[in-house]
Design a protein around this ligand. Structure first.
Ligand SMILES: Nc1ncnc2c1ncn2[C@@H]1O[C@H](COP(=O)(O)OP(=O)(O)O)[C@@H](O)[C@H]1O
Ligand SMILES: CC(=O)OP(=O)(O)O
Ligand SMILES: [Mg+2]
Length: 877
């Protein structure tokens, strides 16, 4: 077994964790040294499976001696051979312009050393640990990870100081920001907890330890942070002043104050001493005489100095929370407490939580806040109720953050190769450095998330380990004929760069119309490689269920159109929760059915409507491609509706379309799955029938009927705006029919193995609604068969519809009638006219079933409409 060690040299502590090299790494043991700034130092050592050992060490007073003591315990107490430690990760607070982790060599060591002036409490401590490692663990590779790296995304207008920009550039005088490893660990953990991709998270994170800072994270990147050129700026700390008026330096002592007015005496001004005072002799140590904030909390009610330290820190925290809330435009997913104080002080959390309620943050729940210490989860939600602005506590883990990068690399290279690297001369160590840097540059995919973008350099994406994952890709630009990128996936840890060259367990993800997916096991993680991508945009999704990118086999549904409107439905996504009644409670739904209760968390659909002349069908048939195409028209109404037994659908009423135009429709589910295309045609400009839908007692009606224009400002009719003259007789017929039907012993005796009385009632309802709501046809676009069209008036079947207007009615499909005949008990006497004799007088005959009687219609046998939404007879939908 080989191990990875992570060392985190904080200003008052040294935290060390040992991990195995699995992916993700398992913690083997932890050790810490705290109170370095207030001796005697406290040392702890704990194997995960045994009790913690505590010691007060009078001979340990700095990070180097603490680390040496730890190594002793590692071999003597834990019996771990130090030769089995293959890599040591070091948290280095200031990395200057280093943005990636580096393998420690002479150059890197001196770079970190040079930056020590800018992190006087930290870089020196990290270097001391690194030095101890180089001498005592000569076979292990030391790798430095930088706190500053996370903040490279801070824009120049925020990171610049208002000073001479030439000097600022020459000397690197700008805001760097710190606690970056902690912030990336928190971002990863909260993203997992809230089930949101890191790139969609906006957070205000408080890292409150001996050094305290705040970070404003916008879409997963640091936008601003309270520390600056050095970790002295921003919030006060255990021994640090935090932000002060810079002139204070010249007025801190009488001497300095006097000198500042007298140039001749300026030689006595010791700026370095000022820096030392502000870094090491200020903060709550200077105010309350302790570096232990827990002590301040305990003393504050009796001790005004402790109260001042508490009030001062919380006041400065609020300054940052307020301004970062504003910078995020109020769009904040969470306020997160972390660091020694943030994770342990319920008093501070309660105080800040109460103050930020006015910004819309969820109230902090007293019990949840008090019980954080008893929870073992990484993220604990202390909000009183679920809300958009949660208040969370996150146990940050800078050591794990570093170890994960290294074990990821090891899993890609294979332990053996890393071990053999260790015996190679320095020149080849540079190779490892290059491999490490490129491994860092590889984009990591996360389960449940989609990675958008172009090909990164190098063009590889790492996949986390999991028993079973579906990797899906979608090409977001080009046509189905243009050359597409090729995607290769491997689940073998011995293949680091899968591609067309093959290799162990390399599989190509074959694309179809821009989509592709591969499902398999990833016990050691994996890699996706991309070839021939050029400038093509694409997405890669990782899921432990069905592939994130998919074509949905059920297309969207077209209801009906007018000259400028269209009624469209998504594919069904939630099965109806209707159970047929059983004996003895054989109660059928009432005639005046009320609308069913829609599902509380419907699937999110987006609909795209585009003139067919725009040729959307020749483009890549992926959501990311189609979403870039402008949808025509305006969604005037949007809602959930269950029109048939297939279940709930989204319903959209589009307005603003052009008459007599062919349109193409897609529905996109949850941003990534595509349903469609379907096509429809708008009616001619003279078409005057308005659309009717969402009628609870006739749920399947969704088409144009011969009614006057709906009253302003309505654009269509629904159940509430229909005249009583239509609904009244219909509901009373349904009620009477239902009463007659329940006299039949539907449930007691087996009425039919195929149908029930509930089926009979549903079929009758559909038939009655079809008869009661005539469907208008467009004379111009309807099939040529005049036999299907009944000019109105005077022959309106339903006298409630106003006579006199100029429209053409489609005859009901005969099959809507025969379906009722088939489903209902004989004694009800429901009969339909015979196709052989008089059916064609009042029904459209021969369009759905071509008919045993040999009756052939003019439409497509077996269908009541064509692919462009032209309808041959009124089926009632
Ligand atoms: N129960 C507690 N309540 C408030 N503060 C605490 C408590 N326990 C520890 N602390 C504070 O946490 C700080 C250490 O935080 P930590 O993040 O571990 O430090 P570092 O900045 O050295 O990494 C100490 O300064 C101590 O004051
Ligand atoms: C940057 C910094 O202040 O770190 P820490 O809180 O670990 O001392
Ligand atoms: Mg720390």
């Amino acid at each position: 077994m080989v191990y990875v060690l992570s060392a985190n040299a904080g200003s008052s502590s040294l935290k060390i964790s040992l991990y195995d090299t699995t992916q993700p790494p398992h913690l083997i043991l932890t050790s810490s040294l705290s109170n370095i700034t207030a001796p005697p130092a406290k040392f702890t050592f704990q194997r995960v499976d045994s009790a913690v050992q505590n010691e007060e060490l009078s001979n340990v007073h700095d990070h180097a001696s603490a680390f040496a003591h730890f190594l002793e315990c590692l071999t003597k107490e834990a019996k771990i051979d130090s030769e089995t430690v293959v890599a040591v990760c070091h948290r280095v607070v200031h990395g200057g312009d280093y943005t990636d982790p580096v393998l420690i060599n002479d150059e890197a060591f001196h770079h970190i050393e040079k930056l020590s002036d800018l992190a006087p409490l930290h870089n020196g401590a990290a270097l001391a640990v690194i030095k101890t490692c180089l001498t005592q663990l000569p076979h292990a590779k030391s790798i430095a990870f930088f706190d500053t790296a996370f903040h490279r995304s801070i824009p120049a207008y925020i990171s610049s100081y208002a000073i001479d920009q030439k000097i600022a550039k020459q000397r690197g005088l700008k805001k760097y920001g710190f606690h970056g490893l902690s912030y990336s660990s928190i971002l990863r953990a909260v993203s997992h907890f809230l089930q949101k991709p890191p790139t969609s998270l906006n957070m205000i994170v408080l890292h409150l330890g001996s050094g305290a800072s705040v970070c404003c994270i916008r879409q997963g990147h640091s936008l601003d942070t309270s520390m600056g050129l050095t970790p002295l700026d921003g919030l006060p700390g255990a021994t640090r002043s935090g932000a002060i008026d810079p002139s204070l330096i010249f007025h801190y002592t009488n001497k300095a104050g006097r000198i500042s007015h007298n140039k001749d005496n300026a030689v006595h001004l010791h700026v370095t001493q000022a820096e030392q005072i502000l870094n090491s002799q200020s903060g709550w140590k200077a105010i309350a005489g302790t570096t232990d904030f827990g002590d301040i909390i305990r003393r504050r009610t009796k001790d005004s100095a402790a109260q001042l330290a508490f009030d001062l820190l919380t006041d400065r925290i609020l300054n940052f929370v307020g301004s970062y809330h504003l910078k995020l435009g109020g769009q904040v997913d969470a306020l997160v407490f972390s660091g020694g104080i943030g994770e342990r002080s319920q008093e501070l959390r309660a105080f800040i939580g109460q103050k930020v309620e006015c910004l819309g943050f969820t109230r902090v729940d007293q019990a949840k806040n008090e019980n954080v210490d008893e929870k073992t989860e990484v993220v604990v939600d202390i909000s009183a109720s679920p809300g958009p602005k949660a208040v969370l506590v996150c146990r940050t883990d800078e050591q794990l953050e570093m170890a994960q990068h290294v074990t990821n690399l090891i899993s890609m290279l294979g332990d053996k190769r890393l071990l053999s690297f260790m015996r190679l001369p320095t020149a080849l160590v540079l190779l490892l450095n290059a491999a490490l840097t490129s491994a860092q540059a590889r984009t990591a995919l996360a389960v449940g998330f989609v990675q958008p973008g172009h090909t990164p350099n190098p063009p590889f994406f790492t996949i986390p380990s999991a028993t079973r994952l579906a990797i899906s890709v979608a090409v977001c630009s080009g046509t189905t004929n243009s050359a597409s990128p090729r995607f290769f996936v491997t689940n073998s840890s011995s293949t680091a760069s899968p591609g067309s060259g093959g290799g162990e367990n390399v599989f190509e993800i074959v694309l179809d119309h821009g989509h592709g997916s591969w499902t398999g096991v990833f016990p050691e993680g994996g890699v996706v490689g991309v070839e021939d991508a050029g400038d093509t945009r694409f997405e890669i999704g990782v899921s432990n269920g069905v592939p994130i990118h998919e074509v949905i086999s059920t297309p969207p549904l077209f209801g009906d159109s007018t000259a400028s409107q269209a009624l469209l439905f998504s594919p069904p996504f939630s099965a109806p929760n209707q159970q047929d009644p059983t004996y003895p409670k054989y109660i059928l739904p009432p005639g005046n059915l009320s609308a069913a209760i829609p599902p509380s968390n419907p699937i999110n659909f987006t609909v795209i409507v585009s003139p067919t002349s725009n040729s959307l069908t020749s483009m890549q048939q992926t959501a990311c491609m189609l979403k870039t195409q402008n949808s025509t028209g305006v969604v005037a109404k949007e809602g959930l509706w269950m029109r048939d037994s297939s279940g709930w659908r989204m319903e959209w009423l589009f307005t603003g379309l052009t008459a007599k135009t062919n349109y193409t429709v897609y529905a996109i589910e949850s941003g990534y799955k595509v349903a469609g295309p379907i096509f429809f045609t708008t009616k001619s400009p003279s078409f005057s029938c308005p659309l009717v839908s969402q009628v609870p007692y006739c749920p399947s009606v969704g088409y144009a009927t011969p009614l006057p224009p709906p009253p302003n400002p309505l654009v269509s009719y629904d159940g509430s705006s229909l005249p009583e003259s239509i609904s009244g007789p219909l509901i009373s017929s349904l009620t009477n029919f239902t009463t007659s039907l329940t006299t039949f012993a539907c449930g007691r005796d087996l009425y039919s193995p195929l149908v029930s009385c509930a089926d009979c009632q549903r079929a009758y309802r559909t038939w009655l609604c079809t008869i009661s709501f005539p469907r208008c046809a467009d004379q111009d676009t309807s099939p040529s068969s005049a036999a299907l069209l009944l000019s109105q008036p005077p022959n309106a079947r339903n006298s409630a519809f106003p006579a006199g207007s100029n429209y053409t009615q489609l005859l009901p499909c005969l099959e809507t009638c025969t379906a009722t005949d088939r489903a209902c008990p004989n004694f009800l006497g429901f009969r339909c006219p015979s196709p052989r004799f008089n059916a064609a007088e009042s029904y459209g005959v021969g369009y759905v079933d071509s008919g045993a009687d040999g009756v052939h219609g003019h439409g497509t046998p077996g269908m009541w409409s064509d692919n462009f939404g032209n309808v041959w007879c009124n089926s009632g939908q």
